[in-house]
Design a protein around this ligand. Structure first.
Ligand SMILES: [Zn+2]
Length: 215
């Protein structure tokens, strides 16, 4: 099975990706992980990508596409996969279709985890991280028993600058603008499934499983 998983920052996409991959026993291809591996191994692609990442810019399409394409050549990804973080725009989506078609493959499903702005803000604005060990907490969903200190190491919990409300809203606007044409494209192909994401992780996963059984 070949699946694309789409969702805004704060949609809970990472959690669902793991659950779906365990359930279907398919590899999880995350562009974030692919780039981290390329950067760690100091490959030409990794060095190039890192220049953009360091500046806080989005990695250009052609670089991202190269990294994804390379991952499809790995033996373990040939039988199916879940793609996470890709495609992010219509050009990437159409290129993905072409790459798969060259290998006589196609996507079975594109899942969108649909969340409201309020849900994203609640989830992200409440995140806290330990300044010492990096452990993560949430003021409502996963509070530290030691209030503003880390349960694991006693370090001070901080709110990351990236998680400020106006930054989150900006990120969301950029994401929505580029993903809308992708959604329309997958809708035309008849493979888009929209999952209600303003729910807890178990309910979201239940909905995805129900839809998978129909494939
Ligand atoms: Zn800690």
């Amino acid at each position: 099975m070949r699946i694309v998983l789409l969702g805004a920052p704060g949609s809970g996409k990472g959690t669902q990706a793991k659950l779906i991959c365990d359930y279907l026993k398919i590899p999880h291809i995350s562009t974030g992980d692919l780039f981290r591996a390329q950067i760690r191994d100091n490959t030409p692609l990794g060095i190039k990508a890192n220049e953009y990442i360091q500046k806080g810019d989005l990695v250009p399409d052609e670089l991202t596409i190269s990294v994804v394409k390379e991952s499809f050549n790995k033996e373990e990804n040939k039988g199916g996969f879940l793609l996470d973080g890709f495609p992010r725009n219509l050009h990437q989506a159409k290129t993905l279709q072409l790459i798969l078609a060259e290998n006589k493959q196609y996507l079975d499903k594109a899942y969108l985890i649909n969340v409201s702005k309020d849900t994203v803000l609640e989830r992200i604005a409440g995140r806290r991280f330990c300044s010492n060990c990096g452990a993560s907490y949430h003021v409502s969903f996963n509070p530290s028993k030691l209030k503003d200190k880390c349960e694991a190491c006693g370090g001070t919990l901080i709110h990351r600058n990236d998680d400020e409300e106006h930054i989150v809203l900006d990120r969301l606007t950029v994401y929505n603008k580029s993903i809308q044409p992708v959604l329309n494209y997958y809708k035309e192909l008849g493979i888009l499934e929209t999952i209600e994401g303003n729910a807890d992780a178990n309910d979201i996963f239940y909905d995805i499983c129900s839809s998978l059984k129909a494939v």
